[in-house]
Design a protein around this ligand. Sequence first.
Ligand code: UN1
Length: 493
Amino acid sequence: MKKYLNFINGEWMESSSGRFIPVTNPANGDVLGEVTQSTKEDVDRAVQAAKTAQKSWRLVPAPERAEILYKVAHLLKERKEELSQILTSEMGKVIAEARGEVQEAIDMAYYMAGEGRRLFGDTVPSELRNKFAMSIRVPIGIAGLITPWNFPIAIASWKSLPALVAGNAVIWKPASETPAIAQEFVRIYEEAGLPKGLINLVNGSGSIVGNAMVDHLDIDLISFTGSNEVGKQINERAGVMLKRTSLEMGGKNAVTVLEDANLDLAVDGILWGAFGTSGQRCTATSRVIVHESVKEELERKLMERIGELKLGNGLDESVKVGPVINRSSLERINEYVKIGVNEGAKLLTGGNIVTENNLDKGNFYAPTIFTDVKADMRIAKEEIFGPVVSIIPVKSLEEAIEVNNSVEFGLSSAIFTADVNRAFQAMRDLDTGIVYVNAGTTGAEIHLPFGGTKGTGNGHRDSGVASLDVYTEWKSIYVDYSGKLQRAQIDNY
Ligand code: UN1
């Protein structure tokens, strides 16, 4: 039986709890191994190691820190196929998407390595003579990362790479469902020569390990991606300590299809956005807001294509839709479908757990489309995190924007239209952190800020240069070379 361990102060070890929980393949229920379940003491040990390591790391020139990140990038690239296979076996997404996700981590590693030679601040004129003014970024100290199972290496890369290049140490709690890919990522850091104590992997539950991290006085910030429920709890606990939190939470993303849209292209975008990763992306397309004049044609085209979505084990290259992560998720999705039916939405296709062709050993849900959905129904408002999409008819662009913006989340939105004026109006008025024109709601690239408005987040961003704001403090420095006391705002007026 494979054992997934903690990595603390440069050593692989199991938790002192002695407890392990099984890790299963969501496509067939096979037990892949077991993962150690850590305690508060393990978190303490990791923090001690991180503290010592960060003291020297902050003094290593950032371009030198970046050399290690370049090695991480090379190693990820070299091992891309192997990592993708591990990812698919453990998390379920189809192999093509797993390769895409590993590529996202590779891109992020090269990009953040480049930041080692930038990490720009500003030099600005002082208002006084013979005085110099500048701002620089300084590391915060120890970053606590809590990451989800749906993008277990990409999201971990969005957080750990900027944290490390900026001079912080990291304590990382991966999701309990995906410890193998987490272990491989940490091995790559180890092989790249990252000094011990700078990345510490602590496996375990949110209630024990997660809370111990949030409560620890020496962990300076928490970066979390996951559910709103947990994000709010983290924010509350951390808030009383004035601890920085960067929270990336739910979505209820919509594709808007106007009457002048290229409908075949819109269908491609919807199928990919709604059913890719079995709908388990924060950016998944969960609503289709369509102009009533093209609704029927769009539905017909969707129904013509839905049969292409072969379900199965994602390691089979011909499979298009993998399993959902676990049994309880499968049941929750099924509950939402029942809610939709009871609310009076019309089920166009799907709406069931799939059991034929031996798929009952895994957690498979049929790609599901509801139509004639009203914007205030629960299925149109709450995050389902599964392969379920709701079609909502509207009469105008203005109404489409209103419906798009009516939910509590604000991660991603998309509009299909051939009219440049209306595209720009949508870019201005859709209230999400990410907007696509003539493309679906997924597909964010790592050099742009990733995150959302309203209930999706708390104003911070993952990836892009913006992510450095999470892992650094600004320090403003004034150098007076006049040789006399110069009082700002006073002596110059
Ligand atoms: C997520 O679902 O949390 O834009 C991340 C996308 C991917 C990242 C998704 N590049 O869909």
